[in-house]
Design a protein around this ligand. Structure first.
Ligand SMILES: C[S@@+](CC[C@H](N)C(=O)[O-])C[C@H]1O[C@@H](n2cnc3c(N)ncnc32)[C@H](O)[C@@H]1O
Length: 324
């Protein structure tokens, strides 16, 4: 069935790309501005001959104007059920994740995180989202998580952006779909549950891989995740990845017993993934420090371990722009 509202949003963005007002378009087509407004609000569809004219004017096929984008099917070369989510992993949450996933649902984490990204977005985050949006094309958000990575800011910049929301957790993907359908019903967002260490898309098919802390918290091999990001990106494509780590200087300032325990229990917190990014194939890498956070202000597992050891660990957050 044709989703008239999505059709309207799509044709409205094509018109704005050509910098035409509704009145100017109406004049070109020989219809009233009210008719254009009705199409763009999703209350009416144009006649078939006008659809053809619009298709020529916007250089977009009639199918692409009318049909919901089945982007994930195209990229994965595989058809899917039409429930709106492509599952490459079990639809059932994995045992060790059930309590966390339940909390996301019960405590409305997604709605709350969305709200905070909409109301108080930092300049740094704003700039990152702007860079992703201006690169354009198909944006794959990996390890979207309850925070959404950069996706909320991306959609704030461009509600018509072509984004695939993905996570290993089926609950996370489901909850994002449920929330966004109600909140803004974006016309070009697709949903997929998969492991980013094994991305189910063809080589050179994605324009931007956006990672707001997914790889840094990866279940699985982080180096493989970076290699997969490189593989699916088109030449000239962009990986934006951010995470935090404990620098050598911070490590050196810790008491010897804390160094020993942290190195034994959480060696991952000292790895900044730069070498892995180069090994994945990325040659042009810009790393920018985006801030700092302290375990004293946090209740994650690493923060609890730091408290047990009587130290306040400083994490350096960075974002990397990596070009294929
Ligand atoms: C703790 S969150 C933090 C980052 C997240 N972008 C956010 O803004 O909330 C990490 C997310 O990465 C997902 N994740 C971890 N390993 C993954 C993998 N191998 N493939 C896909 N998603 C993964 C987790 O399910 C989780 O939702």
């Amino acid at each position: 069935m044709i989703n008239k509202v999505h059709f309207g949003k799509r044709i409205s963005s094509y018109r704005r790309n050509l910098e035409l007002s509704q009145t100017q378009l109406a004049e070109k087509l020989g219809v009233t501005p009210q008719a254009v407004s009705k199409w763009e609000c999703g209350t009416a569809l144009p006649d078939i001959d006008l659809l053809l004219t619009l298709s020529h004017l916007y250089q977009v096929s009639i199918n692409d104007m009318l049909e919901e984008p089945n982007l994930v099917s195209k990229l994965a070369n595989r058809p899917f059920d039409m429930d709106g989510i492509a599952y490459f992993v079990s639809k059932t949450e994995r045992e060790h994740n059930v309590a966390w996933a339940q909390q996301i649902v019960n405590d409305s984490w997604i709605a709350r995180n969305w709200e905070s990204q909409m109301s108080s977005i930092s300049q740094a985050r704003h700039n990152i989202a702007q860079r992703i949006v201006s690169h354009g094309g198909v944006i794959l958000e990996i390890g979207t998580g309850p925070g959404g990575g950069y996706m909320p800011c991306i959609l704030k910049h461009n509600p018509e952006a072509v984004v695939i929301i993905s996570d290993l957790s089926p609950t996370v993907v489901n909850e994002w779909k449920r929330f966004l359908d109600k909140e803004m019903d974006p016309p070009n967002v697709s949903y997929a549950a998969f492991d980013f260490c094994e991305i189910p898309f063809s080589d050179c098919s994605i324009d931007v891989v956006s990672d707001g802390g997914g790889i840094g918290n990866a279940e699985g091999d982080k180096g493989n995740a970076l290699k997969e990001a490189w593989r699916v990106l088109k030449p000239g494509g962009l990986l934006v990845t951010s995470t935090g780590f404990v620098t050598k200087e911070t490590f050196a300032s810790l008491p010897a017993y804390a160094q020993r325990v942290l190195q034994e229990k959480r060696p991952d917190i000292f790895i900044d993934l730069y070498e892995e990014t180069v090994l994945a194939g990325f040659r042009k890498i810009d790393s920018i420090i985006s801030g700092y956070w302290y375990t004293a202000d946090d209740d994650s597992s690493i923060a609890n371990l730091a408290r047990e050891l009587g130290v306040n660990l400083k994490f350096t957050s960075y974002v990397r722009f990596c070009e294929k």
